[in-house]
Design a protein around this ligand. Sequence first.
Ligand code: 8YV
Length: 324
Amino acid sequence: MIEAKGDVLVWGPMHPSLMRSLEENYCVYRRWEIADFKHWARLQGDAIRAVVTSGVYGADNATLDQLPNLKVITSFGVGYDALDTAYLAGRGIQLSNTPEVLNNSVAETALSLMLCVSRRISEAERFVRAGKWLQAKFPLGNDLHGKTCGIVGLGKIGKTLARLVSALDMNVAYYRPSGPYADVPHTHYADLQALATAADYLVVIVPGGQETRHLINRQVMRALGPTSFLINVARGSVVDEAALVAALLESEIGGAALDVFEGEPHVPAELLEMDNVVLLPHIGSGTHETRQAMADLVFENLRAWFEKETLVTPVVLEGVPRES
Ligand code: 8YV
C-alpha cells in the first residue's frame, strides 16, 4: 500500500483496475463528474499535481490553465496527439504514454482488418444472417499471400505487423521519407504515392497530429487503385475522410477497413452503406490483456513520478527538463 501522496485529476472514466489503483493510493478527482469546473478549480486547482487521461480524451489547454501546479500527465495509449505538447513543454509539464505493450494487439487488429476486407468476412456474415445463402452463392474474395503490404509508419507496431504478414507470405514495403532503415530488409519507398502504387494493402500506422493530417489524400488513393485496400489503425486525422468517401463512391480503391475516424465516434453515413468497407469502433488495443498492461503502465508511471519524480515511459518533449 502506497501512502496517499498527491491529488490527481482523472479526465474521464478509465480502465476499472486503473481507477481502483488510483483511488486506493491517491486523492482522486473525477473531472467528468465536476459540474462547474471553474468554480471547482478555484477551490481545488492548486492542489492538483497530476492528470491521468487517455490518447482519446486528451486534455485541453483551457482546463490545464486552471491547474497552476500541474507537473505531470500520464496518458493511457501510445498516441498523444490529443495533447498540445508545445503547451506542455512550455509549462514544464512531463508526459508519459504506454508504448510497446500494445504493439501485438494493434498489429493483430490491422491484420484482422486486412483479412476481413479482403475475404469479405463481415459482408459474408451479413449475407448468412440475412438468409441470402438460401438463394445465392457468396462472391469470391482476395488472397493475402503473394500480395504486397505497404506500411505507412514502420515503427514498433508497423514492424510487428511486418512480421505477421511475412508469415503469411506477403511482400512488405514501407514509406519513410527520410530514407530506409539500415536494419530492415523490406522494400523502402521515400515517395508515398509510389508505395501506394506498389501496395495491394496500404496500412496506416503513423502517429496522428498536424504533421500527418490528411497524409492519405485522394492522390494516394488513386495511386492505390481499384483492386487495392486502405487499412487505418492510426488516427482518423491521417486519412482525408471526405476524399476516401469520394474515392470509394468512384471505385478508385477496392475497399477500406477502418478502426479510427476523423470525428469518431461519428462515422460518415456513406460508409455505413458500403459493403466493401469494414468499420470498427477504435478497438486497436482493445483486448483484456493489453488494456490491463496499459492500465498497469499508466499507474507505474504515476507512482514513479510521485515517488521519484521520474517516469517509466516518458514522452520526450522539447524543452522539458528530464528531471525537475
Ligand atoms: C486507445 C490508442 O484506444 O494507444 C492509442 O493511441 O488509440 C488506443 O490504444 C486509446 O488510447 C484510448 O483508450
